[in-house]
Design a protein around this ligand. Structure first.
Ligand code: ARG
Length: 469
């Protein structure tokens, strides 16, 4: 078996007769994916050396030198002159090697006192996710603002509303579009709430039991912009529910985009012909010259599946773990990194697609009354004439059946035929048999009547303006 010599960047090895087998080093290595945490690791170290200085383990001059050298290390990472090596196990080892290269073995070797990679990684993943959450919030807010714009441009346009994918009741297109904005807004609210739990710093938890050096965890938390330290060092190093919760929110965003996508895909078919996608947001076929495909929406739908896989894998990793840190926890990162990368590439394209699609409002309006979608209006009109609802439902059902047999729309049934179905069905019922009348009548809270839609539009715009400010 070939053996690594105790690697240059290794953070352990004193009690070992040699380095790990090559296959073990390969299995163990995480630097190819946790390298993206480098910035957060450096910020964590900058906070940690302050606590070391305050507790008397570094002089002020040493603190200042280390702080400068960490700045230099970050500059070298940014200009590409410092890179992880094959022999670096993870981002922590690579950065300790990098710092020692700049600052020397003696001073660089003091930095690791009073912390473990266990409390370190538990902190970094939080500061990383918090920053990505801010980018995500912006991208989702831009999509919501775009949906609101499209809703505002088409105020008053009626379309078929569906349940079970069958014509149900006419609704306003704006109402339907905004129905995709609110779930995304709730995802952002979930992020707000998640932040409260993510904003705690595990630094000071050590490997699992806390630290003996009297380092001030409040100082570290404050330096990192977090609200305070975690309460239990075992919990702090072994839990990843904060990561899983972020994963759920990201996945829910993916699912919400996927639901909207499904409609867009159907709306763009020749049969529906509700929308046209802009050329820049569609793709062609390599064999069928006539094709224009809704690939952005299809990729959104597909990527939601991938994100569900990421989340499920992460949850499965956590499920059987005893306290405290277990190496399984290294597997928490790639799933959330993948979700973040997925949303970052998806959201701008999705927003562009929504921004540029055109609506065939004539077609939507024409289909709005189809499928006897005003039947509920007839039943409710009867209720207003003091007919009990069970009877009103029956009577309206008979009217629909009559229409089907005679190939008529509801408003075309002759007076005599209506009277034969029920004496309550007087010609006045025709007053409610218009799409716009039906929509106007649904003026209850959250309904599709124009004043209610305008209220929601104002409401969501206010929330989003605040987020985008
Ligand atoms: N790469 C590890 C992780 O992501 C860092 C912590 C390693 N700790 C340890 N005791 N081996 O979880």
């Amino acid at each position: 078996m070939s053996q690594h010599a105790s690697a240059a960047g290794a953070l352990w090895g004193g009690r070992f007769s040699g380095g790990p087998a090559e296959s073990v080093a390969a299995l163990s290595r995480s630097v190819h994916f946790d390298w993206r945490l480098a910035k957060y690791d450096i910020l964590g170290t900058k906070a940690h050396i302050r606590a070391l200085q305050q507790a008397g383990y570094l002089t002020m001059a040493e603190l200042e030198k280390l702080d400068r050298d960490l700045g230099e290390l970050w500059a070298r990472i940014q200009n590409g002159s410092f890179l992880p090596k094959e022999s670096d196990e993870d981002v922590h080892s690579a950065l300790e090697r990098g710092l020692i290269e700049i600052t020397g073995k003696e001073l660089g070797g003091k930095v690791r006192a009073g912390r473990s990679r266990n409390d370190q990684i538990a902190t970094l993943i939080r500061t990383y996710l918090l920053e990505e959450a801010t980018h995500l919030e912006r991208l989702v807010s831009q999509l919501i603002a775009t949906i609101a714009n499209r809703a505002e441009e088409h105020l008053g346009v009626a379309m078929p509303g569906r349940t079970h994918f069958q014509h149900a009741q006419p609704v306003l297109l704006s109402h339907s579009l905004l129905a995709h904005a609110w779930p995304l807004q709730r995802d952002l609210e979930r992020l707000d709430d998640w932040r409260k739990r993510a904003m705690l710093s595990p630094y000071g938890a050590g490997a699992l039991a806390g630290n003996t050096l009297g380092l001030d965890p409040n100082l570290v938390a404050q330096e990192l912009g977090l609200s305070g330290p975690t309460q239990n060092s075992i919990d702090a190093t072994s839990s990843r529910d904060v990561v899983a919760e972020f994963g759920f929110i990201a996945t829910m965003m993916g699912i919400n985009l996927s639901r909207f996508s499904e409609e867009i895909i159907v709306w763009a078919t020749a049969e529906f012909n509700y929308i046209k996608l802009a050329d820049a947001y569609s793709t062609g076929s390599s064999i069928m010259p006539q094709k224009k495909n809704p690939d952005v929406a299809e990729l959104a739908r597909g990527k939601a599946g991938r994100m569900i896989g990421d989340l499920t894998g992460l949850l499965a990793t956590l499920k059987g773990l005893p306290l405290a840190y277990n190496r399984d926890l290294q597997e928490d990162k790639e799933p959330v990194f993948d979700m973040i990368d997925t949303l970052f590439v998806l959201l701008p394209a999705f927003t562009g697609m929504v921004e540029t699609m055109t609506f065939n409002t004539e077609r939507m309006e024409e289909l709005a009354p189809a499928g006897f979608s005003l039947a509920t209006d007839v039943a409710e009109w009867l209720v207003k004439q003091k007919v009990i609802f069970r009877d009103a439902h029956e009577i309206t059902g008979s009217l629909v059946s009559y229409c089907e047999q005679h190939g008529l729309e509801l408003h075309q049934v002759p007076d005599a035929a209506m009277a034969a179905i029920s004496p309550h069905l007087t010609p006045e019922v025709r007053d409610v048999l218009t799409v716009q009348g039906s929509i106007r009548a649904r003026a209850g809270a959250g309904g599709t009547a124009l004043p209610r839609v305008l209220e929601q539009l104002t409401g969501i715009r206010k929330i989003i303006a605040h987020r985008l400010a």
